[in-house]
Design a protein around this ligand. Structure first.
Ligand code: ADP
Length: 635
C-alpha cells in the first residue's frame, strides 16, 4: 500500500523548481485566473474585518461614553458595512469560483490532450506512457495531487495572506496602546512583554503547523487511488457496465459482491485495520491532535493577554472582541499558509511524475523537403535493408527487408500472424523509424521529407481502426466540414450505399449511441465499409488495407474484391492478409515469415515454387475446402 515510486525524495530547491514550473504552466494556460484569484481572495478575506471593527467600536461606546448619537451612528455604520462587505465578499468569491470552474476545471485535461496529440507515435504505443498517465490520473483523483494542487494551493495561500494582512492591521494597536500609568498592570507596557507575545505567537503557529504538516504528510505515502477504485468497483457493481446484471443473476454474483463489500469494509484500504486506519490512530493522529492542542493553548494565551490589558484599562471592552478575533485570524492565516507550503512540498514529488510525462521528447527527425504533390502520382517506395525492433525489446520484428514498389501496383503482404506485416505498414507510414536501414521515397530517405507531407501520401485502414461516435459524414471525412456529395460517393464505392439510403438522417446520422439516443449501432462489416470510405475520401496516392475483410461476411468480401479496381483506381494499394485467397488478384505478393520477406512474385509464380507460399496455400485450401463442404459452398 505504501507508494513505491523508487525515486529519491526531491531536495527543497528541486521541489521549489517543480512548483514554480507548475505556476508558469497555469499562468500560460489561463492567465485570467490569477487576477480573479487576487481580487477574490482580497475582498473575501478582508471583508469580515469590517464588521469586526465596527462591532468593537460600538461595544466600546456602549460600555464607555454612551453618547446616544454616536451609538446610533455606529449601529448604522455596522449594519451598512456588514451588509456591503458581506455582499462584496460573496460576489467576489462567486466570480472567482465561476472563473475557477470554467477555466481551471479542464486545464489539466487540455494539457494532457495537447501532449498526447503532439507526441511521437512510438511513445503513444509504448506501454510505459500509459502507465505514467494512469499514475498521474490516480494521484489526481486520489487527492488532487499534481498540477491541480498547485493552483488550489496558490489560491488558498493568497486567501491566507489577506487574512494575515487584515488581522495585522486590526491587532497592531493591541501592542501599542499602553496601560495607563499608576495601575498595577503597567508591566504590560514593557516592550519585552509585547515582543514576548509576538514571539510566542510566531512560535506556537510554527509549531502547530509543523505538527499538522507532519501528520498530513502521511497521506502522501498512501496510494489511495487503488482503494477508491476497489470501493467504486464493488459498491457500484450493480449499476456499472463492468458487471452485467444478467451475469449477476445467472452466476449468483450477488453473494460474491456482498462478500467483497463486507471484506472491503473490514480489510480494505480505508478499514480501521488498514495502514491508514492504524496510522490515524497512531502517529498521524497524534501529530494532528498535538497541532490542535498547541493552537488551542495559544488561543487561551491570547485571551489572557488581551484580557489583562483590558483590565489594566488600555482599551475598552469592545476592543477585546476585535483583538481576539484579529489574533485568531492571524494565527489561522499563518498556520494555513504554512500548511499550504507543506502541501506544496509533498506535491512536488507528484509533479515529478507529471513532468516525466510532459517531458517525453519528440525525437523523430522532421525534414523539410516537400513530397511534391505530383499530379501524375509517380511515387516509388523502397525498403532498403530495413530492420526494426520495437522500443524496449531486443527482438527483431523486421529483419533485413528489401522491398520496392511503384505507384499503381497492387501489392499483397501475406504471412502468418506475428510475421511482421503490420509492423511493415507502421514503418511505411512513418509511425516508427527503422532501427537499421532506410526507407526511400523516389530515392530520398523519407526522414528528409516534412512529416505531415509524407503522411498525407497514405490512407490506411488498420486492423484495429476506430470510428467515432459522431455523424457518419464526419467520420468519412475525418472533419467537421466536408463535401457531402463526395462523402456519399465514397460510401457508395465502399459498398455502404444501400445502408446509407436506409439511415434516418443520412450522413448526419450519428454512429453509436454514446451521445445520441437515435444513433445507429453498426456491425463490424459495416464499420469496415465506412473505414474504406474514409480511405477513399482522403484520396491519397497510397491505400493500405490491413486485413480489411476480416470482419466481413463472404458476400461483402466478394463485393469488395469485385469492386477493388474501381475503388483503388490509379492509386497504389497495399493489401495485407493472412488469407491467401484474398490476395490472388494482386500484381505482386510479398510473403513474410519471422520479420523477413521470404518470397516475392505473382500468385501463379509463387504457387509454382516450393516454399512458404505454396505450403500456406495448401494448408488454407484444405481448411476452406473442408469448411466449404460443411457449409455446402465451393472454395
Ligand atoms: P502481423 O501483422 O504479421 O500479425 P506484427 O507486425 O503485428 O505481425 O508483429 C510482428 C512482431 O512484433 C510480433 O512478434 C509482435 O509480437 C511484435 N510486436 C508488434 N507490436 C509490438 C509492440 N507495440 N511492441 C512490441 N512488440 C510488438
Amino acid at each position: 500500500m505504501r507508494e513505491e515510486r523508487n525515486q529519491e525524495r526531491l531536495s527543497r530547491k528541486e521541489a521549489a523548481a517543480n512548483t514554480w514550473r507548475a505556476v508558469k504552466i497555469w499562468r500560460k494556460a489561463a492567465p485570467e485566473l490569477f487576477l480573479s484569484m487576487v481580487v477574490g481572495s482580497a475582498v473575501s478575506r478582508l471583508a469580515p474585518y469590517v464588521p469586526l471593527y465596527f462591532t468593537a467600536q460600538l461595544i466600546n461606546e456602549i460600555a464607555g461614553g454612551r453618547d446616544p448619537q454616536r451609538v446610533w451612528a455606529l449601529l448604522v455604520a455596522l449594519l451598512g458595512a456588514s451588509a456591503a462587505s458581506g455582499l462584496l465578499a460573496q460576489g467576489a468569491m462567486r466570480w472567482s469560483n465561476v472563473i475557477t470552474d470554467v477555466k481551471a476545471g479542464n486545464v489539466f485535461d487540455k494539457i494532457v490532450l495537447e501532449k498526447l496529440l503532439s507526441m511521437d507515435y512510438c511513445h503513444i504505443d509504448d506501454p510505459s506512457t500509459g502507465e505514467l498517465l494512469n499514475r498521474i490520473k490516480h494521484d489526481r483523483y486520489w487527492s488532487a495531487w499534481g498540477l491541480d494542487k498547485v493552483y488550489f494551493s496558490l489560491r488558498y495561500m493568497l486567501q491566507h495572506i489577506f487574512t494575515i494582512l487584515g488581522a495585522a492591521a486590526l491587532s497592531v494597536s493591541l501592542f501599542l496602546l499602553p496601560v495607563p500609568g499608576g495601575r498595577s498592570l503597567v508591566w504590560l507596557n514593557h516592550p519585552a512583554c509585547s515582543l514576548g507575545m509576538v514571539v510566542l505567537l510566531v512560535l506556537t503557529v510554527l509549531l502547530s503547523s509543523l505538527l499538522f504538516n507532519k501528520g498530513t504528510s502521511y497521506w502522501a505515502r498512501y496510494d489511495g487511488a487503488k482503494g477508491n477504485r476497489e470501493f467504486g468497483f464493488f459498491y457500484f457493481a450493480a449499476h456499472v457496465e463492468r458487471f452485467r446484471g444478467a451475469d449477476i443473476r445467472t452466476y449468483e454474483q450477488d453473494a460474491f459482491i456482498r462478500e467483497k463489500v463486507l471484506r472491503l469494509g473490514q480489510l480494505g484500504d480505508f478499514a480501521p485495520k488498514s495502514e491508514i486506519g492504524r496510522d490515524a490512530r497512531g502517529e498521524m493522529g497524534l501529530y494532528i491532535a498535538a497541532s490542535e492542542a498547541v493552537s488551542r493553548a495559544f488561543t487561551g494565551v491570547i485571551y489572557l493577554y488581551v484580557g489583562l490589558k483590558d483590565l489594566g484599562g488600555a482599551f475598552g471592552i469592545g476592543s477585546v472582541t476585535q483583538y481576539v478575533g484579529a489574533l485568531a485570524g492571524l494565527a489561522s492565516g499563518v498556520s494555513g499558509l504554512l500548511k499550504e507550503l507543506g502541501g506544496l512540498r509533498e506535491n512536488a514529488e507528484y509533479l515529478r511524475t507529471t513532468y516525466q510525462f510532459l517531458d517525453i521528447p519528440n525525437s523523430m527527425y522532421q525534414g523539410s523537403l516537400t513530397t511534391e504533390k505530383r499530379n501524375d502520382r509517380k511515387y516509388e517506395i523502397e525498403f532498403r535493408d530495413v530492420s526494426f525492433q520495437y522500443p524496449g525489446t531486443d527482438v527483431w520484428a523486421l529483419r533485413s527487408l528489401n522491398v520496392k514498389f511503384q505507384v499503381g501496383g497492387r501489392l499483397a503482404v501475406v504471412g502468418e500472424n506475428g510475421s511482421g506485416k503490420t509492423t511493415f505498414i507502421k514503418l511505411l507510414c512513418r509511425l516508427y523509424d527503422p532501427t537499421e536501414g532506410t526507407i526511400l521515397l523516389n530515392g530520398i530517405d523519407i526522414r528528409k521529407y516534412r512529416y505531415d507531407d509524407y503522411l498525407a501520401l497514405f490512407s490506411v485502414v488498420f486492423q484495429d481502426f476506430r470510428l467515432l461516435a459522431q455523424p457518419l459524414g464526419q467520420n468519412v471525412a475525418a472533419s467537421e466540414k466536408y463535401d457531402r456529395q463526395r462523402a456519399e460517393d465514397c460510401l457508395e464505392k465502399a459498398g455502404f450505399g444501400p445502408q446509407l439510403r436506409n439511415l434516418p438522417e443520412g450522413l448526419d446520422t450519428c454512429l453509436y449511441r454514446e451521445f445520441e439516443d437515435n444513433g445507429v449501432e453498426i456491425s463490424g462489416g459495416e464499420a469496415q465499409k465506412i473505414a474504406l470510405a474514409r480511405v477513399l475520401y482522403r484520396d491519397a496516392p497510397f491505400i493500405v488495407l490491413d486485413e480489411p475483410t476480416a470482419a466481413l461476411d463472404p458476400e461483402a468480401e466478394a463485393e469488395i474484391y469485385t469492386k477493388f479496381d474501381e475503388i483503388v483506381t490509379d492509386k497504389t494499394a497495399i493489401y495485407i492478409s493472412h488469407r491467401l485467397s484474398s490476395c490472388r488478384f494482386c500484381d505482386e505478393i510479398a510473403v513474410f515469415e519471422n520479420g523477413r520477406v521470404v518470397q516475392q512474385g505473382t500468385h501463379d509464380n509463387l504457387l509454382a515454387q516450393e516454399g512458404k507460399y505454396s505450403s500456406l496455400w495448401t494448408a488454407q485450401a484444405q481448411y476452406y475446402q473442408k469448411k466449404g463442404e460443411e457449409d455446402g459452398e465451393e472454395f
